[in-house]
Design a protein around this ligand. Structure first.
Ligand SMILES: C[S@@+](CC[C@H](N)C(=O)[O-])C[C@H]1O[C@@H](n2cnc3c(N)ncnc32)[C@H](O)[C@@H]1O
Length: 232
């Protein structure tokens, strides 16, 4: 009898402990989820009609980006870099259907800037153009249907922001072609730099070896963004 009681108490003690632990885990997971959602899923402050239009477009299309597009949190990372530095002349290599482009253009609408974006695939290029119109950001974007291998070395002018998100094995070449056109204090960013895709390692080794660039890796998203500032 004594032993039975002991067993019953032991069982109650164990299960209640388990329940408390489960509740604790549940609370912590829920908190982390909402914290993560707020930190990474946050939109910029809404200040004008354009902000309302872009935000509403992005919110209505959250689940419609299925063409290798960046996640929302990475779009916000690009937005923040442009705003923080007041960048005004941007180049994007790899438009796809335009998710990152819209984030970059949204930031440029604040700084008074403009963006050239390059896409080789006609269908995605057309869809991107339609998306820019719906989001209200077309006037900040010069969308080019072209092979970036040819167009990037032939771009004229100076730029202060680059986002590289096309064929990874060509990243180093894109950087080499853009470097002379990138202003001092300008920034070259590249997507998927946490991934093992062919060409990423070579690109990172190359850029990390340059004394006039300071490179960090944003790891807030699953793919990673390398952020390289050009020094004096
Ligand atoms: C990862 S997707 C870009 C996603 C886009 N930045 C976004 O977040 O919405 C890469 C795009 O680069 C394009 N691309 C690949 N090679 C290219 C090249 N040589 N010139 C131009 N675009 C290229 C692909 O067709 C594809 O649409």
């Amino acid at each position: 009898m004594g032993l039975d009681l002991k067993l019953i108490f032991y069982f109650i003690f164990k299960t209640s402990k388990l329940k408390i632990m489960n509740i604790k885990h549940l609370l912590i997971s829920t908190l982390c989820f909402f914290l993560g959602f707020n930190v990474f899923g946050q939109y910029p402050n809404i200040e004008n009609d354009l902000d309302r239009k872009v935000k509403s477009f992005l919110e209505n299309n959250t689940n419609n980006w299925q063409d290798m597009n960046v996640p929302l949190s990475d779009g916000k990372v690009l937005y923040d870099i442009i705003i923080k530095n007041g960048f005004t002349s941007a180049v994007e290599i790899g438009t796809s259907t335009g998710h990152s482009t819209i984030w970059i253009a949204w930031a440029l609408s604040k700084t008074g800037g403009k963006l050239i974006t390059i896409e080789i695939d006609k269908t995605r290029y057309r869809e991107a153009k339609a998306n820019f119109k719906k989001a209200g950001v077309s006037k900040f974007i010069d969308a080019r249907l072209a092979d970036a291998h040819e167009l990037v070395p032939n771009l004229h002018g100076e730029f202060d922001f680059v986002f590289s998100d096309a064929d990874k094995y060509w990243y180093k070449n894109y950087f080499i072609a853009m470097d002379p056109k990138l202003k001092v204090n300008g920034c070259f960013t590249a997507h998927n730099t946490l991934m093992r895709a062919n060409g990423i390692k070579e690109f990172l080794e190359y850029i990390n070896g340059l004394e006039n660039y300071k490179t960090t890796l944003d790891k807030s998203g699953p793919s990673g963004i390398s952020i390289s500032y050009k020094k004096e």
